[in-house]
Design a protein around this ligand. Structure first.
Ligand code: V47
Ligand code: SF4
Length: 397
């Protein structure tokens, strides 16, 4: 007779047997991954379908370690959103405001320069600048933000304006995007962030962000910047009304452009935050399972992207840390003054210090490396790093 203490729970696997959670359909994909073969659209759909998160993690982690070893990158950065006034009405956006809304703001030149000064004084290497498309402000206003900051604080790398903003500048000025890019690069622009990509597939794009730059226009902006020798990032907004095939389609469009230009540095899956926006009314936040799957699938499908970023502001600190074993090799930076996710209900802290980032990374079994925006290691002694030992400051948001 078996004693109650030695009874196996239902579903327990005898030693040596294949556990029931292992999905045998992933075996051909495992072979492809370990032999460096590219995954197809159908493979991507299978990765989406499976519940075998452990095998997904194993495969994505293999690719991650082949590309980036045990390193996890972070940077010392700050965000600047010069205005929240926007002509568009993306259904997922909790950040935007109408021209005359009570919460509408446009930062003055002084406020913008004060933010840049704070970034420089706190040892940031990057200022991440994006905002709304203001109904009345001319292209010159956006141009001057770059030129003024660069003139005063040339040590800051300015990662500025999503493809949607570049498309808007071209509509405003009727000038070719390439010409505007050259002009802004001369004024101090360093690289392009990955925002505005959302979901490329028109079945979804027309429902969540009609009118703004479409997939072809988004990709064309990045192509042009890459052709000028510039680097940029890419994103995907997941966990709302899109289906798995829309996500895989999105990833493959990015992979195809990267094959041609090689200008993308990192891909950042962005989890939909449902608070305070029309799209979120009946939708929950993506689950932890989905967040980890998106990181892993991105790592497996985007075989030509050097980096996958688990943006801690978007995933939350805990998932961003675990994601370092599911394919991610970057956790983003100190951030500070993030508005877009906090407007949409993020409960992540406003900023993390270098000491906190490094602790999270070490605890995940990775080696923390401070990078600049272009993934060059930043060398500075701890004592010279003004953010390392500081307590987070009070924030605007
Ligand atoms: O384009 C807006 C997304 C993006 C919501 O390049 C939302 O290094 C979820 O692109 N729920 C802007 N997402 C942020 C972005 C980014 C962030 C960090 C690093 C980089 C980089 C780029 O945020 C927007 C949109 O796709 N977004 N609202 C929302 N409610
Ligand atoms: Fe405007 Fe960007 Fe918000 Fe869309 S996501 S409404 S373009 S600020």
């Amino acid at each position: 007779m078996t004693s109650p203490t030695s009874a196996k729970p239902p579903g327990a696997v005898p030693p040596g047997a294949t556990p029931p959670w292992r999905d045998p359909r992933l075996e051909p994909i495992r072979e492809k991954v370990y032999s460096g073969q590219r995954l197809s659209f159908e493979d991507g759909l299978l990765l989406e379908e499976t519940h075998d998160l452990l095998t997904l993690g194993e495969l994505a982690n293999y690719v991650r370690e082949q590309k980036n070893g045990h390193v996890t990158y972070y940077n010392v950065n700050m965000h600047l959103n010069p205005t929240n006034v926007c002509v568009y009405r993306c259904a997922f956006c909790s950040f935007r405001a109408d021209l005359k809304a009570a919460n509408a703001y446009v930062m003055t030149d002084e406020e913008i320069l004060a933010r840049a000064r704070e970034a420089a004084e706190r040892g940031a290497t990057e200022l991440h600048i994006v905002g709304g498309l203001h109904h009345l402000l001319p292209y010159e206003w956006y141009y001057n933000i770059i030129a003024n900051i660069h003139r005063h604080y040339p040590q800051l790398h300015l990662k500025a304006w999503t493809a949607v903003e570049w498309d808007w500048f071209s509509r405003l000025t009727k000038r070719p995007i390439r010409e505007l890019m050259l002009e802004m690069r001369d004024a101090g622009l360093g690289s392009l962030p990955g925002g505005g990509a959302e979901i490329f597939h028109p079945e979804i794009r027309r429902q969540i962000c009609d009118y703004k730059a479409d997939a072809e226009q988004w990709l064309e902006v990045h192509r042009q910047w890459h052709e000028l020798g510039g680097k940029s990032n890419a994103t995907m907004l997941y966990g709302h009304i899109e289906k798995p095939y829309h996500r895989i389609d999105h990833l493959l469009r990015l992979r195809a452009l990267q094959d041609q230009t090689g200008g993308f540095q990192t891909f950042i899956p962005l989890a939909f935050h449902p608070a305070n926006n029309p799209l979120g009314r009946n939708l929950p936040k993506p689950s932890g399972m989905m967040d980890l799957k998106m990181i892993a699938i991105a790592r497996l499908m985007l075989d030509n992207f050097p980096h996958i970023k688990a943006y801690w502001q978007m995933l939350g600190v805990k998932t961003a840390q675990v994601a370092q074993s599911w394919g991610a090799d970057d956790i983003d930076g100190t951030v500070v003054y993030e508005r877009i996710y906090h407007a949409a209900g993020s409960d992540a802290p406003q900023e993390l210090t270098v000491a906190e980032l490094e602790r999270l990374i070490r605890e995940a079994g990775r080696i923390p490396v401070e990078r600049d925006t272009l993934y060059r290691p930043v060398l500075r002694s701890q004592s010279r790093n003004p953010i390392a030992d500081s307590t987070p400051v009070a924030t605007l948001a």
